[in-house]
Write a protein that binds this ligand. Sequence first.
Ligand code: CU
Length: 191
Amino acid sequence: MTKRIRDVSVAPVLMILAVLLVPFAGLKAGDIVGTLAVAKPDQAVVYVETVAGTFRAERAKMNQQNKVFSPYVLPVVKGTAVEFHNSDELQHNVFGVGADEFNLGNWTKGIVREHTFNKPGEVSILCNVHPEMEAYVLVLQNPYFSRLENDGKFRIANVPPGEYVVKAWYRGKAKKQTVKVPATGSVTASF
Ligand SMILES: [Cu+2]
């Protein structure tokens, strides 16, 4: 009789503990940090190749100004609609080759056209009016990517714990390595 009373009184406490602790189990995540020694840090992206799950695509923007695409490389999650802006007093064109092929035609200042990137991979962005213009859209599976600070440092934050292939992309070439992300803290990827 005494035993039964004790069991009954403990059960609700255990249930409350379980309810409190379970959500925190899903919040465990670590960071992937490192440095990429490249001449132009704004032309690099470091990203995790594949992470379990499906991820929401945000909208993104690429500009054309002074006959230069900006940014030089735009990482996006698959399904992202990218707006292409023309900020110059002349005609530009936008076409893509590589993982996705399209041509948005030519247009003048103030007009915005867009393309939705549904095919994963690297897409070269070019302008057939100005052959010297070049940029890239990297269509990625997940939002775990990072640009570089001016000193080459990167941090991919809040990655679910596990083993991943990390790629360091720079001006059309990529190096890769495998890292094990801890439940808390960070792991360094040395390229
Ligand atoms: Cu142009």
